[in-house]
Design a protein around this ligand. Structure first.
Ligand code: HEC
Length: 136
């Protein structure tokens, strides 16, 4: 009886050890040094040059900007990434801040607005959207 129990115990423990070793062997591949520090991601979908992409119509809320010199530049250049409503959403900003705001769109966010137009835009914003002159 004792020997039988011992035999069962030995067989069971060898099984546990065997499964453990097998699992460790399967697992070790995931941590091989070649992959350390690399981020794995799926290959991007290949876009076909003749594909058509469509978006449904979406509402664009009208933005009531102050009329004046430079408004057209704002409408042309401040429309591509977000609504020009971002201007009217701000509290009245100090004049210098409008200049740095336009520079930020250009340098940090890559708006690529030509210098001359960027200047017209911040002059327009300084003329209509500071605490001293803001009407709407
Ligand atoms: C290249 C894309 C791009 C263009 C073009 C662009 N913006 Fe932005 N703008 C951003 C991003 C990105 C943010 C910040 C993220 C957000 O809030 O959506 C932002 C935020 C703002 C804000 C909110 C305050 C802030 O600094 O986050 C204002 C005001 C603003 N833009 C004004 C303008 C004006 C004025 C123009 C035209 C001169 C302009 N933007 C053109 C990308 C752009």
């Amino acid at each position: 009886m004792r020997n039988r129990l011992r035999a069962i115990f030995l067989v069971m423990s060898s099984l546990v050890i065997a499964v453990g070793l097998l699992y460790a062997d399967l697992k070790k591949g995931y941590y091989s040094p070649a992959q350390l520090g690399s981020v794995q991601q799926a290959a991007p979908i290949e876009l076909l040059p003749d594909s058509n992409y469509e978006v449904a119509a979406f509402p664009v809320p009208a933005v009531d900007l102050a009329p004046g010199d430079g408004l057209q530049d704002v409408q042309i250049y401040c429309n591509t990434c977000h609504s020009p409503r971002y201007i009217t959403m701000q509290p009245p900003l100090p004049a210098a801040m409008w200049e740095s705001e336009v520079n930020k769109m250009n340098k940090t966010f890559g708006a690529g607005i030509p210098e001359e137009n960027a200047r017209k835009i911040f002059l327009y914003l300084q003329a209509h959207y500071t605490a001293e002159n803001r009407k709407r």
